[in-house]
Design a protein around this ligand. Structure first.
Ligand SMILES: Nc1nc2c(ncn2[C@@H]2O[C@H](COP(=O)(O)OP(=O)(O)OP(=O)(O)O)[C@@H](O)[C@H]2O)c(=O)[nH]1
Ligand SMILES: [Zn+2]
Length: 399
């Protein structure tokens, strides 16, 4: 069961790695921290997480040959990855545990395979978990492209798309983010055009006007295998794409068309509100015939920021306008010489986009405050436990 480097690359192993074998010593161009971990676990082999279940992980070392996604097998996780997260000392926060798309090191064969280490990620798509306490939830790791899937039906909502784009801005540091591209995939173009000729062009136009002129927008019929071929620039071998979007947006339909087979179960949309049933129940990494890997995610009802997002980066148009306001600390409310309000009045800035910007800015600030509290609490626990250790060392000497 020894995977070749080609096997690993075909499920997304970094190609820059120039690896000739699983030998950390010969490799200079692996992502930061990888060589050290490979060295530290000489008996382990790399594998990628393709499915995440409540009870554990499915990992793979090579692409699909039959029914099982990527010849996957079950691997036991480290005990600290299964305990509930409390953010107490020694606990592993959910975002620090492996997720679909992560590369891990595995030891043992057959039924006794177990994950021994998590390789640092180059990108991570996260959101704030639902619930009262601050928690992060990892959606996918090590992705190159995010397909924001949105149906051109009653569900179409540019404000929600702005929210998804904001999520992409919270994925890591600037260098990591620059490698990560969002693409807006508008499904149900066939239905929209039939209902109202010109609707697709109008929606596409509206989204292109959202701040970033380079933003990729593709409108298509997700059921049409030829139509989804327009996504091929992002589906080159070794690339990883994650699909995000509301339930019923067409993520599974798109996956099926890209696969060319009927693999994911798709829910029939209820006539009245055109929302799908919740058919995708867990995240999974699926190798595509094109050589890319696709991560499908269950529809998301709530999309809370983690506090790490960069609102300015997502709303460059508004930030640029704000620079032209007469007052540096302009709140864009009733101040004279406000360039933002002037743009809204002139019709060059959408008032709803501005309102959404304010709302998201508040949400990110709120989440950032909670995140800071949590980190402070964690640091405090660390200081306390260090103090205890020191007292014990002083009293009993080093053990
Ligand atoms: N006509 C048409 N129907 C589509 C298109 N995309 C999706 N549908 C239909 O919309 C419904 C929902 O699509 P799914 O692919 O199940 O949606 P999903 O995003 O996977 O939903 P979850 O799994 O719940 O997250 C299905 O009945 C699809 O056949 C499209 O481009 N054109
Ligand atoms: Zn202003």
């Amino acid at each position: 069961m020894t995977a070749t480097i080609a096997d690993l690359q075909s499920i997304g192993w970094p190609v820059n790695g120039l690896r000739t074998g699983i030998d950390a010593a010969t490799d200079a161009a692996l992502p930061p921290g990888w060589a050290r971990l490979l060295d530290a676990h000489p008996a382990a082999r790399p594998a990628r997480i393709v499915e995440q279940h409540r009870s554990g992980y499915m990992v793979a070392e090579s692409p699909d040959t039959g029914d099982a996604p990527g010849n996957s097998y079950r691997a036991e996780s480290l005990p600290e990855w299964t305990r509930p997260a409390q953010y107490r000392k020694g606990e592993v926060a959910p975002e620090e545990r492996p997720a679909v798309g992560d590369w891990v090191l595995v030891e043992g064969e057959g039924g006794s395979a177990r994950i021994v280490a998590l390789l640092p990620r180059w990108s991570a798509i996260k959101r704030g978990a639902a619930g009262e306490h601050y928690r992060q939830q990892l959606i996918a790791a090590n992705v190159d492209t995010v397909f924001v899937v949105s149906g051109l039906d009653d569900d179409f909502n540019p404000r929600r798309i702005e929210r998804y784009l904001l999520l992409v801005s919270g994925t890591g540091d600037a260098a990591e983010r620059s490698a990560l591209e969002p693409v807006i995939v508008l499904t149900k173009a066939d239905l929209a055009e039939a209902a109202e000729p010109g609707a697709v062009a109008a929606a596409t136009q509206a989204l292109r006007a959202l701040g970033d002129p380079g933003l990729a927008v593709c409108a298509l019929n997700a059921r049409d295998r030829d139509a989804v071929a327009t996504l091929s620039p992002w589906l080159r071998p070794g690339r990883t794409v994650v699909l995000v979007g509301s339930s019923g947006a067409g993520k599974s339909t798109l996956t099926n068309s890209l696969l060319g087979i009927e693999r994911m179960k798709t829910g029939e949309v209820r006539g009245s509100d055109s929302r799908g049933r919740h058919t995708t129940t867990h995240r999974a990494l699926i190798p595509l015939p094109s050589g890319a890997c696709l991560i499908d995610t269950p529809g998301m009802r709530e999309l809370k920021p983690t506090g790490e997002e960069d609102v300015a980066e997502s709303f460059t148009d508004i930030e640029a306008l704000a620079e032209q306001c007469r007052f540096r600390d302009c709140a864009h409310a009733r101040e004279p010489g406000c360039a933002v309000r002037a743009a809204i009045e002139a019709g060059t800035l959408d008032a709803q986009r501005f309102a959404n910007y304010l709302k998201l800015r508040d949400e990110v600030a709120g989440a950032a405050g909670k995140l800071a509290d949590r980190l402070a609490q964690k640091a405090q626990t660390r200081v306390q436990s260090k103090a205890v250790n020191k007292r014990q060392t002083d009293k009993y000497g080093k053990r």
